[in-house]
Design a protein around this ligand. Sequence first.
Ligand code: ATP
Length: 282
Amino acid sequence: MGLRLNAHAKINLTLDVLGRRPDGYHEVEMIMQSIGLHDTLELEYKPKEIVLTVSGVPVTAGQDNLVLKAARLLQQQAGPEAGAIIHLHKEIPVAAGLAGGSSDAAAALRGLNRLWNLRLREEQLMKLAARLGADVSFCLLGGTAIARGVGEILTPLPPASRFGVVLVKPAFGVSTAEVYRGLDLAKLGRRPDTSAMTGALQKGDLDLVAANLCNVLESVTLRLHPELQAIKERLQEAGCRGVLMSGSGPTIFGLTADEKTAGEIARRLNLPGCQVLATGMV
Ligand code: ATP
């Protein structure tokens, strides 16, 4: 019997950079939120071999694919007999700040743990996730959470209200490494207030959530791609209550009261060259 799993994208409601570690990674503090937009993984048992096929948004099916990296890492625990045919259907835009690859890797860990009957506990899966990438740990947990360290130290938060989300992904991608290189830690400008955002989410107060949206990477990516400013303004004019860039970008999201309103705004927006999607928080 095969397995089918959804791998959800995320947005950052806040993103703060606290410092740079000697190993070059940045210490962050961010509030992450899973959204309805998702890729799909289908897994079927096959002895010894791991085979990956991909459809939808183009992405490599080679060794660089994070799904294969996750599968190989777990295979070290399962032994060489364990194998799988994995089909990845991609809906999440690539290199967009939506953690698509990380979410696929998390779903592969979770799914293959079941397919191979390994019974690894949550904390064991979390350790493997942290080895695969900074956002994989959050993607394994999902929902709403504060992420610290390089993103792997998680504090789950109560589920947030199911606000709507309009996503605008321009035609270009952004390299996370390049954005961090452009960041001057001495000049971060406005910083997020994590406890204020946590309180706003607990109250389910959309205007308070909107007022606390803050990402210190936004000004760096906006400097590299000034056209993102116009997208932010268009989302605001179209009726989104709060607008922010997700992760290192370039995806800009707008929040609405519910998914239906997000859908209406997405249909009205005319942004040539951009992909416009409506979804909701999950
Ligand atoms: P984050 O928000 O975690 O920084 P992102 O949304 O900016 O992630 P991804 O879509 O995860 O970025 O892709 C980043 C890189 O990872 C791309 O260059 C892509 O080629 C590579 N990659 C490897 N596996 C995958 C996958 N399964 N899906 C998407 N990208 C993948």
